[in-house]
Design a protein around this ligand. Structure first.
Ligand SMILES: Cc1ncc(COP(=O)(O)O)c(C=O)c1O
Length: 406
């Protein structure tokens, strides 16, 4: 554990390569595995169905276990300082399995808005039979009930970039486990388990995949908690496909480089946007006054590479013209890819969130979320500057995003 993150990211999940005589992770696409010894296979089956390790003899069936996925899980667990991890076919599949596993402790969840729109929808809609109390990061203790199974937070939050003090939430939650969606931070910038969280979750579709070609989710934590989650996964399906696991594992050695480069560019663009009269407001935790709890440095190594902003006019046509004038930046949902992506959360990713809740959380109709990629900062600014020329100069600059509540 005394090696630097970058060193561990290069070698995690690869410790047996010399013994195996390979230099890249073996990719095993088998959906079924021979079971020549029925007794051994049955023992392995029982173990895997319960979410435990294979027992030798056979992996039996891909939904129960896949060695390429297992290898990525072990690598990710190491980078999060976790005992184990479970990989899923999407971030939402991972969250669903966490919630279903939590149900054995109670049917109530405490959560803080905003968070990714579909995660909000999954909790609010009671689709999985769990009730939710939405609260603020300072009122967690009051929201906990005897049947509360889990506290769910996302920091930095999608799409407003609010930061939540993980250690404070853990203290308030007491015996109730805290799940942190750390997708925006990645293990490079934030280590929630070291701050007392029970589980850390990523939409691996984003920075972990990093190239816009893998849909995946992963959750890491203690052996016991991950075992329960794997139990749910074995029964409901949702194991990550081994080719996706291979690609995720392949990307880990460059994760820190990608995150740090995009973060530096995002800082540059955020400062330029904040100083521009054609922009009404910018949300980026690295800007002065936007980290009132001084979590950057303490909880996060840096602000990340996602930012959000409002144009100086809230006329929807002005926003459409602005996005339409971009030539380099792609209008698209998702984030954490090599290329820069922009989208209006109220109209797309967060349209499934109750309208009033959305407004209360600062997700205005005119808010644009931008995921900064690996292009040169000057080229990105040229693209933004060109598109900002479509914003009428008579537009009134107003502070529309509610002031940070801290
Ligand atoms: C913060 C966050 N968590 C979870 C998810 C869901 O992940 P997926 O799209 O991989 O299901 C997303 C997707 O955008 C996200 O941004």
């Amino acid at each position: 554990m005394d090696q630097a993150f970058s060193t561990r990211a290069v070698h995690a999940g690869r410790g047996d390569f010399i013994e195996k005589g390979v230099h890249a992770p073996p990719l095993d696409l088998s959906t079924t595995y021979p079971t020549p010894d029925l007794e051994l296979a049955a023992r392995s089956f029982d173990s895997l169905v319960a979410g435990d390790e294979p027992q030798g003899g056979s992996f039996v069936y891909q939904r129960l276990f896949n060695p390429t996925t297992d290898r990525f899980e072990r690598a990710l667990a190491e980078l999060e300082g976790a005992e184990d991890a479970a990989a899923f076919s999407s971030g939402m599949a991972a969250l669903s399995a966490v919630l279903l596993a939590a149900k054995s402790r109670g049917a109530h969840v405490v959560a803080v808005r905003p968070m990714y729109g579909t995660a909000d929808h999954l909790l609010t809609s009671r689709l999985l039979g769990l009730g939710v109390t939405w609260t603020t990061q300072d009122d967690i203790a009051d929201a906990i009930r005897p049947d509360t199974a889990l506290v769910v937070i996302e920091t930095p939050a999608n799409p407003t970039l609010n930061l939540i003090d993980i250690a404070s939430v853990v203290r308030q939650a007491g015996a109730v486990p805290v799940l942190v969606d750390s997708t925006f931070a990645t293990p490079v910038l934030q280590q929630p388990l070291a701050l007392g969280a029970a589980l850390v979750l990523h939409s691996a579709t984003k920075f972990l995949g990093g190239h816009g070609d893998v849909l995946a989710g992963v959750v890491a934590g203690s052996h016991t908690m991950v075992r329960d989650i794997k139990h749910v996964r074995a029964a409901t399906g949702g194991l990550l496909h081994p080719l996706s696991s291979y690609l995720l594992h392949r990307g880990l050695p460059t994760l820190q480089l990608r995150v740090e480069r995009a973060q530096a560019t995002a800082g540059d663009l955020a400062a330029r946007l904040a100083a521009d009269s054609r922009v009404a407001s910018v949300r980026f935790p690295g800007l002065p006054g936007q980290d009132p709890r001084t979590l950057i440095g303490r909880q996060m190594l840096g602000p990340g590479s996602i930012l959000a902003f409002e144009l100086a006019s809230d006329d929807p046509q002005v926003m459409r013209n602005f996005v339409g004038a971009l030539q380099l930046i792609t209008p698209a949902v998702s984030l954490g890819s090599t290329d820069t992506l922009i989208q209006p959360p109220a109209a797309l990713t967060h349209r499934v969130v109750d309208q009033h809740a959305r407004q209360d959380a600062g997700i205005s109709q005119g808010l644009l979320r931008m995921s900064v990629g690996l292009e040169d900062a000057r080229d990105l600014w040229r693209d933004l500057d060109r598109a900002l020329a479509t914003v009428p100069s008579h537009a009134v600059t107003t502070e529309r995003i509610p002031a940070l509540a801290g």
